[in-house]
Write a protein of this length. Structure first.
Length: 301
């Protein structure tokens, strides 16, 4: 009984301390019009699979401590010319449409810390169905193949969840091949009458042997022959942003290599689960697959 009373007392104390601390943090610098930070977002409404650029303006006496969105810490950049901070926000396909809060924590010089909240609208989007026919071994897997597929997915996920401190990318991003989109991001795919994962990128028309260009500066994070995506290159553009190039016929780069925007990283082909030669191009931000067409609309040439 004594033990119960003691733990009840401890929890109550911790609860009150947490409440007091939260109130203190939230109330600092929040008198009307006194925020030392302001946020603007472009586009102001993010569709599912979309990407947005949030600009965070501060005065020179304020240092950014932390930016959070959808329960995650978001890496931020300092733009050396404008002295503004900015962050990239992504709404993955699993994101709930509606209003989400972007929070910015700051620390003033000779002033207490503060917290600013900004509403971010995520819009629903409907994706068409797409029916495809491929050899049956590309849809129903034997235990051995399933193990390979799951291992490929694990490796790709681990790479894309890694956040490099440095930013390699700069404006603008370029299309890896200049052609037409054959299949868009998010299409609800049905292979041989069996529903499978939604399309995680865009398919670009690319005859066999077409040079595939790096969309931006970065480092080669992976070259791997995956069962489904075939010969695949992943480029790390820094701060959690990656681009992925799949179904290649061959690689022109090696893992760890520094890459320039527009550099040939491989030749297009039809390796893996492909109905013919094309380039599957994907974008990942903080482990979320986003629509490359949305990235290009925001930061492309
Ligand atoms: Zn594809």
């Amino acid at each position: 009984m004594i033990q119960i009373k003691q733990s009840f007392f401890s929890y109550t104390l911790i609860f009150f301390i947490t409440c007091l601390f939260s109130t203190w943090i939230c109330s600092m610098g929040v008198e009307a019009g006194s925020y030392p930070v302001s946020v603007s977002i472009k586009p102001d409404k993010i569709p599912l699979g979309g990407i947005a650029l949030a600009t965070i303006k501060t005065n020179d006496k304020t240092k950014l401590l932390d930016v959070k969105f959808l329960g995650e810490r978001i890496p931020y950049y300092l733009d050396p010319s404008s002295r503004n901070y900015f962050v990239l926000l992504g709404a993955g396909l699993d994101c709930k449409p509606g209003v989400h809060i972007l929070t910015v924590a700051w620390q003033g010089i000779d002033a207490p810390p503060g917290l600013y909240s900004h509403k971010v609208h995520v819009m629903a989007r409907t994706f068409p169905e797409e029916r495809l026919s491929v050899p049956e071994r590309m849809v129903e897997f034997s235990p051995k193949i399933l193990e390979r597929v799951l291992n490929d997915q694990k490796v790709v996920k681990e790479i894309c969840n890694n956040i490099s401190d440095e930013r390699y990318w700069r404006r603008p991003f370029v299309w890896p091949v200049k052609s037409k989109i054959l299949s868009q991001f998010g299409f609800r795919r049905i292979f041989n009458n069996k529903p499978r994962s939604p399309h995680s990128g865009v398919d670009l028309r690319a005859p066999e042997g077409t040079p595939v260009l790096a969309s931006n500066y970065g480092k080669v994070a992976m070259t791997r022959d995956c069962y489904l995506s075939g010969k695949t290159v992943i480029l790390d553009h820094g701060k959690g942003l990656y681009t992925l190039y799949a179904h290649l016929d061959s690689y022109k780069v090696t893992e760890g290599q520094a890459i320039k925007q527009g550099q040939v990283i491989g030749l297009a082909g039809s390796t893996g689960r492909a109905t013919g030669p094309h380039l599957h191009w994907g974008v990942s931000l903080l482990g979320k697959r986003l629509d490359p067409a949305e990235l290009m609309a925001l930061l492309g040439n």
